[in-house]
Design a protein. Structure first.
Length: 78
């Protein structure tokens, strides 16, 4: 299993709508509101071997209000 964290920058005033749409898709392990350069932090658990870029494109980036994302892949839990 692959664990990813995706930081999401939303267009001004759309963070709650974006979070609701992500929640409706039920693709996340956790979803947080954050301060700083990004508005939301999404935690995903994906099966090994999945094309991460395609998964993000197909399941996240078509949501209205997302301006930019930054994906962090984890490799080993300590």
């Amino acid at each position: 299993m692959i664990t990813l964290f995706v930081q999401i920058r939303c267009k001004p005033g759309t963070a709650y709508q974006v979070a609701d749409k992500i929640g409706d898709r039920e693709i996340h392990a956790a979803l947080y509101s954050t301060s700083g350069d990004y508005d939301l932090l999404l935690k995903l658990h994906l099966p090994d071997g999945i094309d991460i870029g395609r998964y993000i494109n197909d399941n996240l980036l078509d949501i209205e209000g997302i301006e930019r994302t930054h994906t962090i892949q984890t490799f080993k839990a300590f």
